[in-house]
Design a binder for this molecule. Structure first.
Ligand code: IFM
Length: 451
């Protein structure tokens, strides 16, 4: 893709947000390790993130997930909070180390009880439960046998998925196998930013392949259970824009897109790896072992694909910079709503898509509680407003977009950044665990009233 306009959106808050089609699902999202806490309760075993947090130098503020938002104990008030926003749906993840503390084998019913309370609590409040089976908290005992580099773990994942679905069943509106396989593989095993913190491209590509396989194996298992729930996967996609028309920048953007996006889209939606990137990795000697039939397993039909969109990549071979005045969030990520509509429309044109959900979109800002007791997070309101509009534009272009989950319900443990980045529409005071609706939550609620 080439840049059409380098200027970031400067839109101000609009009182007339677009109307989405009837039946469009609005929600918020979280994940287990980021909010639950209760790290040592009811039989949960350590995950790779507990280990990573305990490793010097890995987490910016040297914190961990031991308490987080204490959602494990405060879940009832948190479900009330979700309801108060006026959303229809809540996306959350299940912690494998709570459900099968030894990674494979014995099931810990107390772990499943917790998630059953959440599911029933949501349904009792008229909210749809959307479950992600893996949002990064692999049982440490499985990392000890090689983690996702070990092909066996893909089969253990399918067993775990079946255990969860056997208990929660069709009460769950959708099951996503994985959240963000790029992060689980590349960010965690090649770039070392996330657990388990490796710097090994070949290992990362093997992990990515085993995630594709594990996704497919879990899909077959869940399909065989005759659930009425929708089944799918969630990818983080970051469209690459060449900084100029030069052949070198264009080529770099294509390869960036291939390594970040197509390496994850194509096995699932087409049953093949992208040829250009495959050849580049082959030349480098880092190709994963792919057994006959793996890609057929990975590419069986899915009911939906979740897309997590935050920003774009601006790609140049000689370090060209974005123009002055470009807006960034507290993560240093460019605010680029056009990237969302471009991405969705491009996917619609290039792939045969299942239903699409934006399963994450949102922004971190350095929010503070003001003296008036409110959190005036105008930046986040503008961010969401502009991205909602971009999503709406994609609908008008025919993209089968069915829903949108704002990341995140509340401030939480932002991985390697600890608690230093706030993504929530709800502010969390970590000393008292008091939750306060930020202005963006009130804006979201009002927006939903108009839908
Ligand atoms: O907090 C994360 C989430 O766990 C996965 N997607 C991106 C978010 C913001 O970094």
């Amino acid at each position: 893709m080439t840049v059409k306009s380098l200027a970031p959106s400067q839109e101000v808050i609009s009182n007339s947000p677009p109307r989405f089609p009837k039946g469009f699902i609005w929600g918020t999202a979280t994940s287990s390790f980021q909010i639950e806490g209760a790290a040592h309760e009811d039989g949960r075993s350590p995950s790779i993130w507990d280990t990573f947090c305990a490793t010097e130098g890995k987490i910016l503020d040297r914190t961990n997930g031991d308490i987080a938002c204490d959602h494990y104990h405060l879940w009832e008030q948190d479900l009330d909070l979700i309801k108060s926003l006026g959303v229809q749906a809540y996306r959350f993840s299940i912690a494998w180390p709570r459900v099968i503390p030894t990674g494979k084998g014995a099931v810990n019913s107390k772990g499943l009880d917790f998630y059953e309370r959440i599911v029933d609590g949501l349904i009792a409040r008229g909210l749809e439960p959307h479950v992600t089976l893996y949002h990064w908290d692999l049982p440490q005992c499985l990392q000890d046998i090689g983690g996702w580099e070990n092909r066996d773990v893909a089969y253990y994942f399918a067993d775990y998925a079946a255990v969860v679905a056997d208990r929660l069943g069709s009460r769950v509106k959708s099951y996503a196998t994985f959240n963000e396989p790029w992060c689980v593989s590349i960010l965690s095993n090649e770039l070392g930013h996330h657990a388990p913190g490796k710097f090994d491209r070949k290992a990362a590509l093997q992990v990515a392949h085993h995630l594709h396989l594990a996704h497919g194996l879990a899909m077959s298992r869940l399909r065989g259970m005759n659930l009425t729930s929708d089944l799918g996967i969630v990818l983080n996609l970051t469209p690459a824009y060449a900084a100029s028309d030069s052949e070198a920048d264009q080529h770099e953007a294509t390869m960036n897109d291939g390594r970040t996006n197509r390496w994850f889209l194509d096995p699932i939606l087409r049953g093949e790896y992208p040829q250009d990137v495959w050849e580049a990795y082959e030349e480098e000697g880092v190709l994963p072992t792919v057994l006959p039939g793996d890609l057929a397993v990975a590419s069986q039909p899915i009911d939906f694909m979740g897309i997590n969109y935050y920003t774009r990549s601006f790609v140049s071979v000689d370090d060209k910079k974005l123009p002055e005045g470009t807006e960034f969030t507290d993560m240093g990520w460019e605010v680029f709503p056009q990237g969302l509509s471009d991405l969705l429309i491009r996917l619609h044109n290039e792939y045969k898509l299942p239903d699409i959900y934006i399963t994450e979109n949102g922004a971190a800002y350095p929010d503070q509680m003001a003296e008036d007791g409110h959190v005036h997070d105008t930046g986040r309101i503008n961010y969401l407003n502009s991205h909602f509009k971009a999503a709406h534009a994609s609908l008008e272009a025919g993209v089968p977009l069915k829903g949108y989950f704002v990341w995140s319900l509340m401030d939480n443990f932002e991985w390697a950044f600890g608690y230093s980045k706030r993504f929530g529409v709800v502010y969390v005071d970590y000393e008292t665990q008091k939750r306060t609706l930020k202005d963006s939550a009130l804006w979201y609620r009002d927006f939903l009233k108009e839908q």
